[in-house]
Design a protein around this ligand. Structure first.
Ligand code: AMP
Length: 468
């Protein structure tokens, strides 16, 4: 697919006052969606100003940079970090000059027909500076802007060419738009704030700005956002949706509501269903902090077994998942977590996490718990085994990374060194999310993709060899 992955956070704000601070605050709230780079683009009435850099929001967008920005309309972006894609050239918003003025886009998602489209546009003389699918989006948009002389029509035509996941905030001079792919794979919602309106990846940001959540941007919808109102436009709709299950299981903040389902509530239900599907006779339930916390609470409530904090997490530790080397990743886990001995010594316990990908985290944590004196260590997992890559923006790239590929449940149990191992079932997960299976993307756990991916099974195809 494309080089860099884009499971990121995006925001757009239109207000009666300078939006620099609101954009900055929002990016801090959705920082968990991307720690590699951060940026904002603001239109000051005459021209577009963009500030972006590598690093956390506080580093990339320091006060001295933000304080210089003026303008009542703008967009922002935090970029999800994956090993090997650190170049600042990939930082967003991406800004371009077109025949109708300046344009900036902030994109969350991955365009899965990127290669096909890029070849088509190269053949017609379009030049590309990067291998980023967001650049492709700007080229297609500007082509259709020239053709239609109307941004909504241009966005609709662009949507018709793109496949994959996209929740995009677009600034064209002093006009702000949001658009979401027809399946609604990545989230986006709209809210009212004092003197303005906001579109953003997660509703928690609207709360933090003391705003009022209005609704999700509908899959396939294009929304124009102004300070005092917003105008919805029908883009391209699809009968079925494909909301990413991993947003609820891991990616989003627990206090966000995505497509009408609160993330915390889903995670708690996952834990309750796990307790029903994979019970364990133990003394305590404990989470992997912070990713398994809500799931563990649900497990404890449903099983009636006390909940305890068994690990202390260094909240300033770096992310372990993206480190390139296995030894480094294992070392980083022990730098990040330390068992609380009085909780675990002599106990039979269940430790709950949201997911197992390579198995690095739980393998290390189980051995640390045993060293700290745990009598039995049972592992419970809030998503079914991850067995297929994500092409829509979550960093789970190749089958050979996944410990569940080519190993039985008991083999994985042996690899991580647990006394027992239980994953929530696919049906259990669907029940916890509370949406029909036909409205969810479960590709990473069932291998069926909602869009065409070369070499993969399409969700709607009738036989393996047929096109859908
Ligand atoms: P692993 O250690 O490879 O089994 O990865 C699982 C751990 O990483 C869990 O604690 C998850 O919360 C977290 N995790 C799962 N998927 C991702 C991802 N795509 N990016 C970052 N962290 C993840």
């Amino acid at each position: 697919m494309t080089g860099p992955k884009h499971s990121c956070g995006v925001v757009g704000v239109a207000a009666t006052y300078n939006v620099a601070s609101a954009l900055h605050k929002t990016l801090m709230i959705i920082q968990h969606r991307g720690q590699e780079s951060a940026g904002v683009s603001i239109f000051n009435g005459e021209e577009l100003h963009t500030v972006k850099d590598n690093g956390l929001v506080q580093v990339a967008l320091g006060a001295e940079k933000i304080n210089k920005l003026r303008g009542n309309i703008g967009i922002g972006h935090v970029r999800y970090s994956t090993a090997g894609s650190k170049s600042v050239i990939n930082a967003q918003p991406l800004t371009v000059t077109t025949s109708f003025g300046s344009m900036a886009i902030a994109h969350n998602g991955d365009i899965t027909n990127y290669i096909e489209l890029k070849e088509k546009y190269l053949a017609s003389g379009t030049l590309f500076l990067t291998d980023s699918d967001s650049e492709l989006v700007t080229k297609i948009l500007s082509k259709y802007m020239v053709q239609h002389n109307d941004p909504i029509k241009a966005m609709k035509s662009t949507m018709g060419e793109l496949e994959g996941s996209f929740a995009i905030a677009i600034l064209i001079n002093d006009r702000l738009f949001g658009m979401r792919d027809p399946y609604g794979i990545r989230p986006m919602c709209i809210g009212e704030i004092d003197g303005g309106h906001i579109i953003v990846s997660e509703s928690a940001a609207i709360d933090a700005l003391n705003g009022t959540f209005i609704r999700d941007v509908a899959p396939g919808e294009i929304i124009e956002v102004m300070h005092d109102h917003f105008i919805p436009h029908a883009g391209i709709s699809s009968k079925n949706k494909a909301h990413c299950m991993f947003e609820w299981v891991y990616f989003a903040r627990p206090d966000s509501v995505i497509d009408k389902r609160e993330v915390y509530d889903v995670r708690k239900k996952v834990g309750e269903i796990l307790a029903r599907e994979c019970p364990a006779d133990v003394d305590i339930i404990m989470p992997v902090p912070d990713s398994g916390r809500a799931h563990a609470i649900g497990f404890s409530i449903a099983s009636g077994i006390p909940y305890e904090e068994g690990f202390m997490k260094n909240r300033f530790a770096e992310r372990t998942f993206i480190l390139p080397d296995q030894k480094e990743r294992e070392m980083a886990v022990s730098m990040k977590m330390n068992p609380i001995k009085s909780t675990v010594a002599g106990k039979r316990l269940v430790i709950v996490d949201d997911s197992i990908v390579r198995g690095t985290t739980l393998k290390k944590l189980v051995s640390m718990l045993r060293k700290a004196g745990a009598k039995e260590v049972h592992v419970r997992v809030g998503s079914p085994p991850v067995v297929a890559p994500c092409y829509y923006g979550v960093d789970m790239k190749s089958r050979d990374q996944f410990v569940a590929t080519g190993h039985s449940l008991d083999e994985v149990r042996g690899i991580i060194g647990a006394d027992s191992l239980g994953y929530i079932s696919i049906n259990g997960l669907i029940e916890a999310i509370g949406k029909p299976e036909s409205d969810l993307c479960l590709a990473c756990v069932n291998g069926k993709y909602p869009t065409r991916i070369p070499g993969e099974v399409h969700r709607f195809q009738s036989t393996l060899n047929s096109d859908y």
